[in-house]
Unconditional design. Structure first.
Length: 450
């Protein structure tokens, strides 16, 4: 009876242990389901990271387009500088031509003085008028070329202003997209860390409880086996079989416990890696925030330089308006030269009439001839003064063109500084891209390990 009672107690204990083992298996399945849910969540996070990488690629493409636009602007400025050099060369040639005209005018004046004594004033006057007419045509042609060049420079200045505004708008858009991408990655990292910590705590608690229960049951098994062995020596074979079965069951439980411990250690290792990755990610986020602040300062400086360039362009436009006024003044001088040409023709007719009177050997017109000669000398003096005035106008125009060239050189230097800053921003952006790529690869490796 005592043996039957002990056997029934052993059966009840074994049944209870089987029920607890079934409960442990059920909890193990629950842990596996939780693991599958974590894998699904990590897959979703991986897709989000893929979208972030695509957005970063779009930002790099936009940056490349901006760099192409800057290169086009630099080419246009190089062409403008070349045109300015050509203008300076033409101005130098024009100055040389004016000097030659002055020498020719002095020569013509001396020849005219000699011709008054020799009676050949008509031919000298014709030569002088032809040279004046040629000089006026050359001045008109040079003025037309300067006007066309000024129109071209005005169009280039307007295009540069438009391109500068577009670059600033595109830079603002890229900066906003980068800030949104950084904020999204930071939020994803924080959510992932919180989720892993929240899931790790109950798993560790449940595993500790299961381990304690298994150890307690193992101790009860051993105690029960010892009691049964001491009380049931006649039925040793049956109890030995039962003991072997219990030992095998205990070994299976130990194996499951070892597997669970190994899983917990693996999860702990993964958690540490994730924590290190998130720490490095937070450090990179701080660096990115600092870089964004520096870029905002650069944007403010670019805006200030843009306003300075706008002022320079306004000065160029004002210079172009002054050139237009100068062109109108030269046209008025051309009309004055035309009227003087008509007056010279009239004087030439008067000289022909006086020459006819001299050929008739009439003594009376001699005072008239002297008066005509005096008038011709006064006309030549007036022409010389007009020539000097025109030379002063040309020198003033040349000085204005030199000032305009200097302003354009300053504009070119400013644009070169902007190009240098954009190159620096490009280098920093590439470093950020490399950091993001490395972070994505580490997270992909972490997802594969999980």
């Amino acid at each position: 009876d005592q043996l039957s009672k002990q056997q029934s107690e052993g059966d009840s204990v074994i049944k209870k242990l089987k029920e607890e083992l079934a409960g442990e298996k059920q909890r193990t399945h629950q842990l596996e389901d939780d693991k599958m849910n974590i894998i699904k969540e990590l897959t979703v996070q991986k897709e989000k990271l893929t979208h972030s990488e695509q957005a970063l690629s779009d930002l790099q493409l936009t940056k490349q387009k901006l760099e192409d636009k800057v290169e086009d602007l630099v080419d246009q400025l190089s062409k403008s500088e070349k045109n300015n050099f050509d203008i300076q060369k033409e101005n130098h040639e024009l100055r040389e031509h004016i000097r030659q005209n002055e020498e020719e005018l002095s020569t013509v004046r001396s020849e005219l003085t000699q011709s008054q004594t020799q009676g050949s004033s008509r031919n000298v006057k014709d030569d002088l008028l032809k040279e004046r007419e040629t000089q006026v045509q050359n001045l008109k042609q040079n003025l037309s070329e300067v006007e066309q060049l000024n129109e071209h420079l005005e169009q280039v200045a307007f295009d540069l202003r438009t391109e500068n505004e577009e670059l600033l708008e595109a830079y603002e858009e890229v900066r906003n997209q980068l800030e949104e991408s950084v904020a999204g990655n930071k939020q994803i990292s924080l959510e992932k860390t919180a989720m892993l910590e929240w899931e790790k705590a109950p798993l560790e608690t449940e595993l500790c409880r299961a381990e304690k229960r298994v150890l307690e049951e193992e101790r009860k098994y051993e105690q029960t086996v010892q009691e049964l062995s001491s009380a049931c020596s006649p039925d040793t074979s049956a109890l030995q079989l039962e003991q072997e079965r219990l030992i095998q069951l205990n070994q299976e439980k130990d194996f499951e416990i070892a597997e669970l411990k190994k899983s917990i250690e693996q999860m702990d290792t993964d958690h540490k890696r994730t924590k290190e990755t998130l720490s490095s990610s937070l450090e990179e986020q701080k660096q990115l925030t600092q870089l964004i602040n520096e870029k905002e300062i650069c944007i403010v400086k670019l805006k200030e330089k843009s306003s300075e360039l706008q002022k320079e362009l306004d000065k160029c436009a004002q210079t172009l308006r002054k050139n237009e006024t100068l062109r109108q003044t030269i046209e008025e001088k051309d009309r004055s030269l035309g009227s003087m040409k008509e007056e010279n023709n009239h004087l030439q007719e008067e000289l022909e009439r006086l020459r006819e009177q001299q050929s008739r050997v009439v003594p009376a017109p001699e005072p008239r001839t002297l008066d005509s000669t005096t008038e011709l000398e006064s006309e030549l003096s007036q022409l010389h003064r007009i020539k000097g005035h025109l030379e002063e106008e040309i020198k003033h125009h040349q000085k204005m063109i030199e000032d305009q060239n200097q302003s354009k050189l300053q504009l070119l230097q400013s644009l070169q500084e902007q190009k240098k800053e954009l190159d620096e921003f490009k280098y920093q952006h590439e470093q950020m891209s490399i950091s993001h790529t490395r972070l994505f690869l580490e997270k992909d490796e972490e997802i594969k390990n999980l």
